[in-house]
Design a protein around this ligand. Structure first.
Ligand code: SF4
Length: 371
């Protein structure tokens, strides 16, 4: 039984024979993709407050030191990102801050907002005004919270991480796999193209990995809304000394993801955390988002260092590297997007032409990159 499944009324079950079948999949059983995609994004860390304290996470700040970006900072970051050729404003978040974060709520109040989701809506409006498509990843969301912002996001996401109960989520405030699945279900019910993924090495075993992937596949089968699944290794940092999965583990679990998921779902590894060059034959077809990193790199005449790395990964696999939007093409073609997002993509502006060019040609005409 998935922890939290009862509380959140999750009725997805995985057939044990499917789990057994998936556990037998090895890298040689899957095919390499014929191209690798990526998206140009700019990080907008709206808040570092989080109700949880996952033991591997360096993102969250405790009450008193958590930050909230101001509207001016959001606009400036989005403007710089759009000028550098980004198409996505990636709103990174801690999970719904709880009432220990009094200072943050005071700050939200002084900005005229009663909740972080109300403020996220304003932030999405700013991103659209500056020529970027929002993709928000605000942790677990209730249907009401997601409805507040869904029409202003090209896509949204939350990592499932695992369906297992693991110590790394433990402590007085542990996040619940059942709640994560409820968020993924809500996205399906609201018709939001969605990104999720698994986190490898946080205490789950191989059966847990197989069940997590099959549970995502089952959710997608119901709603057809999952666009990509990230296979992310946990990495050592100042809060996590529990090690990182080795290459053989990453190769096998990546191949399992490819085998578990239907073709229309991309399998992504983040090249800054995973050995992407050694995983291209395990079925990945996406390398995630790449950012200009610092203002110094916001120069259209030079390829960003991180983009050069992605190109090197694609070259080593002998496949082309193509650009994509934060929402995958099939959702644009099949009418999933809200009028606000569709309007932004179709707008007869520089940004609109840029978005269309990425959809039609897989590259961004506003950026002259060194190839
Ligand atoms: S929910 Fe996300 S941001 Fe919060 S502590 Fe866990 S990993 Fe970090």
């Amino acid at each position: 039984m998935i922890p939290g499944a009862d509380e959140y009324d999750i009725d997805v079950t995985v057939d044990p024979s499917e789990t057994e079948r998936l556990l037998s999949v090895m890298p040689e059983d899957v095919e390499a993709a014929s191209e690798l995609s990526y998206c140009r994004n700019v990080f907008v860390p709206l808040t570092t407050a989080c109700r949880y304290t996952c033991t591997y996470c360096t993102y969250y700040d405790p009450p008193g030191s958590a930050t909230l970006m101001s509207p001016e900072e959001i606009r400036e970051t989005c403007r710089e990102g759009a000028a550098a050729g980004c198409t996505e404003a990636l709103f990174t978040f801690g999970d719904d801050p709880d009432d220990r974060y009094t200072e943050l709520y005071d700050q939200l109040g002084s900005l005229g907002h009663g909740s972080i989701h109300e403020y996220l809506r304003e932030a999405c409006e700013i991103a659209l005004e500056e020529g970027l498509l929002p993709h928000a990843n605000p942790g677990d969301q209730t249907p009401e919270q997601m409805e507040t912002v869904a029409d202003l996001n090209a896509s949204m996401g939350v990592m499932l991480e695992t369906t297992a109960a693991v110590q790394a989520h433990g402590g007085p405030r542990a996040k619940s796999p059942g709640q994560r699945l409820a968020t993924i279900r809500t996205a399906g019910e609201l018709g939001v193209p969605f990104t999720t993924g698994i986190l490898v090495g946080i205490g789950e075993d191989w059966t847990d990995r197989a069940e997590s992937l099959l549970t995502i596949a089952a959710m997608h089968e119901r709603y057809d809304h999952v666009q990509e699944v990230i296979v992310q290794p946990v990495v050592e940092n100042e809060r996590w000394a529990g090690g990182s999965p080795d290459l053989a583990t990453m190769r096998r679990v990546t191949a399992m993801a490819r085998a578990a998921l239907p073709e229309e779902i991309s399998v992504q590894v983040p090249p800054n955390l995973a050995p992407a060059r050694d995983l291209t034959d395990c079925g990945i077809d996406d390398l995630g988002g790449v950012s200009p990193v610092t203002v110094d790199h916001i120069n259209p005449e030079y390829e960003w260092p991180a983009l050069q790395e992605l190109r090197a990964v694609a070259n080593s696999a002998g496949v082309p590297l193509t650009e994509r939007l934060p929402v995958y093409d099939r959702f644009v073609d099949d009418g999933w997007l809200s009028p606000a997002i569709e309007g932004a993509i179709d707008a007869d502006t520089v940004a609109g032409q840029r978005f269309r060019a990425v959809i039609e040609r897989g590259e961004n005409p506003t950026i002259a990159v060194n190839r």
